[in-house]
Write a protein that binds this ligand. Structure first.
Ligand SMILES: *Cc1c(COP(=O)(O)O)cnc(C)c1O
Length: 398
């Protein structure tokens, strides 16, 4: 499929680039493999904020138990795209209107971020009931991770010291059904680190529940499964993770776990493809200027990494002047923006690269287009292609 995808890219007219190409078959196979690796008592929710492209959600709905949303906008979008899918609504700073929207949907779970939010929710309930998880910022040492959301001061979740007051509010109000605990502490965890975290969280939650006479039926372990942009072939070990969770669930018959990954689910199916517009040298360094840039693919700028890529040579050159090129030297791939931050990959080896060649950036299926500052400089938006079994043009494939 990768070969087909690269060929498809090579056939796009230069004016039709940049483009995002989503490999839906790849997504389907990957999501099915994740689901298959997880035990029955582990529910898989997809965090829509990673990429909420409707065609991606449509593929995922067959392989996940539901979707996690983090705003009223995402809630509306997922309800419209996948009307029957269970939805968990989390995230800080939910407005009264968003809470009302969640109650009307109604959502499967509401993740409570603060005592104020719980008060706000009760004031809106009227005759309705709602299933809640308390999101806790547990003091757990995480080691080196890409992005820490908890285990230290943070605006996310409840400080453990504030749980008792929330519990008292819930105990007094039969309309609030406490299902359990939610924890999303970090992103960039490999399977061993995530399992270690899961063990600590479940142990803490069990003790906490026993101490307070709460029936603990659910623990949501969050997302944050690692994606290695420096080594795209090294993927989160879902088989080991699933096996570890199975062990964790042994001897805890009444407990259901839930995970809500985003990046590690959709990142691999997305490609950002473009062409080389210019190649130049400046004070001893080579630069390739690409059509597009970080206003379409902000990921390398935010994460300060080199976005992995493949070059697709285009041999046709019909201009009367010499074709600019670099060969076997370090080159920095930049976009069209008038800022030194518009770097997609810095000082990388690209083999032979010429003006007019194509570049396909991989790992662009999560936190890519949707986190980018599209309006800056008013360049045209990319095109979007969704490849599946059929849509590759007939006759174009070997
Ligand atoms: C962003 C987020 C996720 C998904 O994180 P990934 O790193 O994309 O897997 C899951 N849960 C919560 C609460 C989040 O904020």
């Amino acid at each position: 499929m990768r070969q087909q995808l690269l060929q498809y890219v090579a056939e796009q007219a230069a004016e039709d680039l940049p483009a995002y190409v989503y490999d839906l078959r790849d997504l389907r196979e990957h999501a099915a493999a994740i689901r298959a690796a997880l035990p029955e008592r582990v529910q898989l929710f997809y965090a829509a904020k990673a990429n909420s492209d409707p065609r991606l959600l449509d593929v995922l709905r067959d392989h996940v138990d539901g979707f996690e949303v983090a705003s009223g906008g995402e809630l509306h979008h997922v309800l419209t795209t996948c009307p029957d899918a269970p939805i968990a609504f989390g995230g800080p700073g939910k407005t009264p209107a968003e809470l009302e929207q969640a109650l009307q949907a109604p959502v499967d779970r509401l993740h409570i971020e603060s005592e104020q939010e719980l008060h706000q929710l009760t004031s809106l309930l009227a005759e309705r009931t709602v299933d809640v998880l308390l999101r806790v910022n547990l003091p757990i040492a995480l080691g080196p991770v890409a992005l820490a959301m908890g285990g230290r001061p943070s605006p996310f979740g409840l400080d453990p010291g504030h749980l008792d007051r929330c519990l008292a509010l819930i105990a007094d109000d039969p309309r609030l059904r406490l299902r359990g605990i939610h924890v999303h502490l970090a992103s960039g965890l490999d399977a061993a680190a995530h399992l270690d975290l899961a063990g600590q969280v479940v142990t803490w939650a069990r003790e906490w529940a026993d101490r307070h006479g709460v029936e603990l039926t659910e623990v949501n372990l969050g997302g944050g499964m690692e994606v290695d942009y420096a080594d795209p072939g090294r993927r989160f070990d879902w088989a080991a993770f699933g096996a570890g969770l199975r062990r964790l669930l042994e001897g805890r018959p009444g407990l259901t776990l839930r995970v809500e990954p985003g990046r590690s689910v959709s990142v691999y199916c997305g490609w950002y493809v473009t062409e080389v517009l210019d190649i130049k040298r400046s004070h001893g360094r080579a630069f390739a200027v690409l059509r597009g840039g970080t206003h379409h693919l902000r990921t390398p700028a935010t994460k300060q990494h080199n976005q992995p890529f493949t070059t697709i040579p285009v041999d046709i050159w019909d201009r009367p002047w010499k074709r600019p090129e670099v060969e076997d030297e370090l080159v920095t791939l930049v976009g069209q923006l008038c800022t030194p931050k518009d770097v997609l990959a810095s000082n990388v080896r690209a083999g032979r690269l010429r003006v007019g060649d194509r570049i396909a950036f991989s790992l662009a299926g999560a936190y890519a287009w949707n986190i980018s500052h599209h309006e800056f400089l008013m360049h045209p938006a990319p095109r979007f292609h969704h490849l599946d079994h059929a849509p590759v043009p007939a006759g174009s494939l070997p």
